[in-house]
Design a protein. Structure first.
Length: 217
């Protein structure tokens, strides 16, 4: 299994990942910064810390992704391809048929995603559409980073998907409260892991999502 600490300086950890993979992640970082001059992909203030703030932050979801029952991942509001492109690069040598589907309604960001998936030879599909207008979607994993608040992601999962196994989300310092509040309206199981890049954040994998109280006619 690929370890989520792959980009740390510990040589024993880095040995779990090929030099080619690390080089591709490094090149992806540089391409984001280059494109960021003309297209708002990431905050300018995070360019200098892109490896930790964006690449490592995205990479840590691999602990939830690198499972035998996961073959397809749908990245909502993909933007710069974080975490989707990072996950694709990490999974490529281990599971070449692992497929990524990106939802990004911005034309220019969609073009960037197409360029990146082609450059890194990823098994992918870019859909330049609003996820809110889609119906009857199916995937193994719904993943989202800095797209919409958890309650909205839950509504998307219920209203726009016919089938999925997990939802993987990044939550900030209010994550515990958000989960607690959500349990008042929804039933779900979840696993959580403390973020490797922020003491105030967490990553959660949610399964068996269903509305707690359905409206009765």
């Amino acid at each position: 299994m690929i370890d989520s600490g792959i980009l740390k300086k510990d040589k024993n950890v880095r040995n779990n990942v090929s030099r080619e993979t690390l080089n591709e992640l490094e090149e992806f970082s540089k391409l984001i910064i280059l494109k960021n001059k003309t297209l708002n992909l990431i905050s300018k203030s995070t360019e200098k810390s892109i490896k930790i703030r964006h690449i490592e932050d995205s990479a840590q979801t691999i602990d939830f992704i690198d499972k035998n029952d996961i073959k397809t991942c749908m990245d909502l509001g993909s933007g710069a391809g974080l975490p989707g492109i990072v996950l694709g690069i990490l999974m490529k040598p281990k599971k070449p048929l692992f497929k990524l589907i990106f939802y990004e309604k911005s034309y220019h960001k969609s073009v960037f995603l197409k360029e990146m998936t082609k450059k890194f030879n990823l098994n992918s599909e870019i859909r330049q559409k609003s996820i809110f207008e889609e119906k009857n979607l199916y995937t193994d994993v719904i993943i989202s980073r800095a797209f919409k608040p958890l309650p909205i992601i839950f509504q998307i999962a219920q209203n726009n998907f016919t089938n999925f196994k997990y939802i993987i989300l990044f939550l900030g310092k209010s994550g515990k409260k958000i989960l607690k509040d959500s349990l008042k309206l929804w039933k779900f199981d979840y696993e959580e892991k403390k973020s490797l890049t922020s003491n105030e954040s967490m990553i959660v994998k949610i399964s068996n999502l269903r509305k707690k109280y359905e409206n009765k006619k």
